[in-house]
Design a protein around this ligand. Structure first.
Ligand code: RFL
Ligand code: PHB
Length: 393
């Protein structure tokens, strides 16, 4: 076994782990990132597309914002289509000038990898059997194997940024962590296609056939989703069937001008709400999807990960620069307060826009009238907009 030492050992090389590593390294704090997959595999996962202002600022602070600022699109609003009628949510007007950035998770992860490489940051890919140890002591460590050899990294802190299926949360004794979960009876089938987006802003569409979303990555790359039953598989969905179903859920004029083409990625994601509390076990801290998952309807997953990283970064800085642990001690409570607000918003957007096959007619009537209210009241739209652009860190 080889042994090495760092200050912060980070499990997971997704956006959360890479971002924290980059920010800490810029302040002279050493980190090692352990990632189970190859870099290409991580970059092949098509996920988030909408970044809140807080995330955008964090990318800039991490000196990774250059390409995002050049290629990302600022969106001043989006639309909700309610059974074929479009209603625009003027984010900028309703929030006093706030907007969101459309820039793919794949692209920002690539930027973070490039920045890590440029600074000589240590990111170990294909790290197998990663395991945190002695988290409740002052001398925690992480072990992993790579190419058949076992390695040990001694550290001050371990960060569990290894996503929902990672090892960090699962290494916490069951009586030290509480999990809250809600599983929805449907998933999202998503495709990526090299076609002109249906609309210049996002469209969240409620229809009697189920929810649909028109999103984009650029003016030549579109991302679309349709609500599907959990029993569905990608094999059931030819491209033609997907386009027909998408069109049937959109306003007629949008469907009529929708450019179709071959999909270059197609996958189904189940929808889930999940929170683990607390987000700390001794000297191990959880961040991002390792601690919480939202259904994607509010575009809050990656953005909630960013707020965890923001709090953790500042708490770590106070520890290393001033010997002040108050930020670390408050981390879980501070992060969770914002996490639960994003949970509420994501659950609410999901509840309002999807078809729930087993809901009684009374609930369906309430759903319709709730959306009607939100679209017709400026006060209600303001609340929606305030949450969508992101609550302050
Ligand atoms: P990730 O991205 O899952 O990264 C965790 C990394 O840890 C690695 N790993 C391990 N490494 C070592 N040892 C182990 N035992 C390990 N186990 C796992 C994994 O390989 C992985 O590389 O978590 P992170 O960094 O916290 O980032 C979270 C985001 O990825 C996630 O919240 C968003 O993608 C959610 N999401 C969206 N969020 C938004 O803010 N806006 C959006 O528009 C949005 N759209 C989406 C989404 C997620 C989606 N899916 C597929 C779940 C759309 C979709 C369809
Ligand atoms: C996406 O572009 O993948 C996307 C956008 C907004 C969402 C979810 C996903 O709410």
């Amino acid at each position: 076994m080889t042994t090495s030492k760092t200050q912060v050992a980070i499990i997971g090389g997704g956006p959360s782990g890479l971002m924290l590593s980059q920010l800490l390294h810029l302040k002279g704090i050493e980190t090692v990132v352990l990632e189970r997959q190859t870099r290409d595999y991580v970059l092949g996962r098509i996920r988030a597309g909408v970044l809140e202002h807080g995330f955008v600022e964090l990318m800039r602070e991490a000196r990774c914002g250059e390409r995002m600022d050049r290629e990302g699109e600022i969106h001043e609003g989006f639309s909700i289509s309610d059974r074929g009628t479009m209603h625009r949510i003027d984010l900028e007007g309703l929030t006093g000038g706030q907007t969101v950035m459309v820039y793919g998770q794949t692209e920002l992860t690539r930027d973070l990898y490039d920045a890590r490489e440029k600074m000589g940051g240590i990111v170990i890919h294909e790290a197998e059997d990663v395991q945190p140890h002695d988290m409740t002591t002052d001398a925690p460590y992480v072990t992993y194997t790579k190419a058949g050899e076992t390695h040990r990294i001694d550290c001050d802190f371990i960060i569990g940024a290894d996503g929902f299926h990672g090892v960090s949360r699962k290494s916490i004794p069951a009586d030290q962590i509480r999990e809250y979960e809600k599983v929805y009876p449907f998933g999202w089938l998503g495709i990526l296609s090299e076609t002109k987006p249906a609309h210049d802003e996002l469209i969240y569409a409620r229809s009697d056939r189920g929810f649909a979303l028109c999103s984009l990555r650029s003016q030549v790359l579109s991302r679309y989703y349709v609500q599907v039953p959990l029993t569905d598989t990608v094999e059931n969905w030819s491209d033609d069937r997907f386009w027909d179903e998408l069109k049937a859920r959109l306003p007629e004029d949008v469907a009529a001008r929708l450019e179709t083409g071959p999909s270059i990625e197609k996958s189904i994601a189940p929808l889930r709400s999940f929170v683990a509390e607390p987000m700390r076990y001794g000297n191990m801290f959880l961040a991002g999807d390792a601690a919480h998952i939202v259904p994607p309807t509010g575009a809050k997953g990656l953005n909630s990960a960013a707020s965890d990283i923001y709090y953790l970064y500042h708490a770590m800085l106070s520890h290393y620069e001033n010997g002040d642990d108050s930020g670390l001690d408050a981390y879980s409570d501070t992060a969770l307060r914002r996490v639960w607000k994003a949970q509420r918003f994501s659950w609410w957007m999901t509840s309002m826009l999807h078809v729930f096959p087993d809901h009684p007619e009374f609930d369906q009537k309430l759903q319709s009238i709730e959306l009607d209210y939100f679209l017709s009241s400026e006060a209600a739209r303001t609340s929606l907009a305030e949450n969508y652009v992101g609550l302050p860190f």
